[in-house]
Design a protein around this ligand. Structure first.
Ligand SMILES: [Zn+2]
Length: 457
């Protein structure tokens, strides 16, 4: 009976494995295009019509929520996607940074010094250093910097005024014609982040126009890849760095009534602000701590462990974290939408969609971590990943060449196994009864024995 069970289970499992590997029979050198639409909040997919993105997902996979890293800002999260590291480990801990040892300053417009990026190795560098493999980038934070003395073979200097069409034209040209073959490429676009800040994510009218344009870009990307004959063999990931939440002029945190500005420097601003005290740190902390009930104030050593945001010299001595939707005012600038808040908030999460020979078709997944994307990409490209904070097994269900039990299949296996077991047990009982030798006198003997017993003991 045990061997029969084994046979049944083997058949059930092999059925799933065959199913999982159904579309993995590609033998070309694996290639991947990684696309980011900045500030694409996960639930925009539910709230807005996005026909081109929906078509893309129908033929591929969707991860509804990607838990990003704290702080939920642009540069740190884009570097986590391509390194698989928390911010304290990859060194890009904010959009604006100050290094006390070297007195160097980093900002969105002053980001070219490799010093800031060299604490980690992004995937395009690893790919580039492999024999016969080439990387290309139509922008992505860090791709125009010589990290470990290496840039992608093809790249564009960051310039926000370059149109999406021009970026798309370059990246598809490089993917289509380069020798050696481009196997890893990135494409970055500033929307819907810029409009999310300007209008706020709850302005349905304005945001639906913005997202329609983003969706049209996705349509252009797919049709261009189809025209060039790249669509079937190229793996494409479309994701983002963070979401966006609605802010309000009724939710302002003012520091000036609590502490004089001469006591500290601001290294990074709202909604997660990095503060460098000028003299008495304890004094500055105490004044800020009591300043506003909608702002948490941490000394570096007390930053919660779940943020993985402590062990790096670029993290400043005091960190201010505003509650969702609140703005810490350092000047008069105020945005209707913002991000940077606690990475446990669903509004801060982006999504991930993927299509290509490495991925299943029509599969939906609940959640992964943003740091899980890196080991998955290394697996697809056949690269040895650098040590990272991601977990490859979290992405196994997305991949066509991986074995993964999905919940409905697991329930099917258990019910199937129980049915087989019950049927076999019943059959054995029936067979045993039929085969057993009749004992015609046994009942008579029992009655005789009973008669021998005394009636009163
Ligand atoms: Zn932004």
């Amino acid at each position: 009976m045990v061997s029969t069970m084994k046979l049944v289970l083997t058949l059930l499992f092999s059925g799933i494995i065959t199913n999982c590997r159904g579309n993995s029979t590609y033998n070309l050198m694996p290639r991947l295009l990684l696309v980011s639409f900045d500030g694409f909040r996960a639930d925009y997919l539910k709230k807005y019509e996005l026909p081109h993105l929906r078509n893309f997902i129908e033929e591929g996979v969707l991860v509804e929520h990607v838990k990003n890293v704290f702080i939920t800002k642009t540069f740190p999260n884009h570097y986590s996607i391509v390194t698989g590291l928390y911010e304290e480990n990859h060194g890009i801990v904010a959009n604006s940074m100050f290094d006390a040892d070297t007195q160097k300053i980093f900002s969105e417009s002053k980001d070219k010094d490799p010093f800031w990026w060299n604490e980690a190795t992004p995937i395009w560098v690893t790919n580039q250093l492999e024999e016969n493999k080439t990387s290309a980038a139509a922008m992505w934070p860090g791709t125009d910097v010589a990290i470990h003395n290496t840039t992608p073979a093809y790249f564009m200097n960051y310039n926000p005024s370059v149109t999406f069409d021009e970026r798309l034209g370059n990246i598809t040209k490089w993917l289509n014609s380069s020798d050696p073959l481009v196997t890893f490429a990135t494409l970055y676009w500033e929307e819907p982040d810029a409009s999310g800040h300007k209008y706020g994510p709850e302005d349905k009218e304005k945001m639906s126009a913005v997202l329609k344009e983003v969706d049209n870009h996705i349509g252009c990307l797919v049709s261009k890849l189809k025209t060039l004959g790249l669509w079937e063999d190229l793996n494409v990931i479309i994701t983002s760095d963070h979401g966006m939440t609605q802010c309000s002029k009724d939710k302002l945190i003012k520091l000036d009534p609590c502490i004089d500005r001469s006591n500290y420097s601001i290294v990074d601003t709202t909604p997660v602000a990095a503060i460098l005290p000028k003299e008495n740190q304890t004094d500055v902390f105490k004044k800020l701590e009591k300043c506003n009930p909608h702002m948490k104030v941490y000394l570096k050593d007390d930053i919660p462990g779940r943020f993985h945001y402590q062990h790096n010299g670029r993290i400043q001595p005091i960190l201010l974290v505003a509650d969702e939707g609140w703005t810490i005012m350092f000047d008069e600038s105020f945005k209707l939408g913002d991000h940077g808040y606690d990475n446990a908030l669903p509004s801060m999460h982006p999504f991930l969609a993927a299509h290509g020979p490495a991925f299943h078709k029509g599969y939906k997944h609940n959640t992964i971590n943003i740091v899980d994307i890196y080991p998955m990409m290394c697996h697809i490209l056949g690269l040895k990943p650098h040590p990272n904070n991601g977990t490859f097994s979290n992405t196994k269900c997305l991949l066509a060449d991986q074995w993964c039990i999905k919940l409905p299949e697991a329930i099917g296996i258990v019910i199937g196994a129980l049915l087989v077991l019950t049927t076999l047990t019943c059959l054995i009982i029936i067979m045993k009864n039929k085969l057993s030798v009749p004992r015609p006198f046994s009942r008579l003997q029992l009655q005789e024995e009973d008669d021998d017993d005394p009636l009163i003991g």
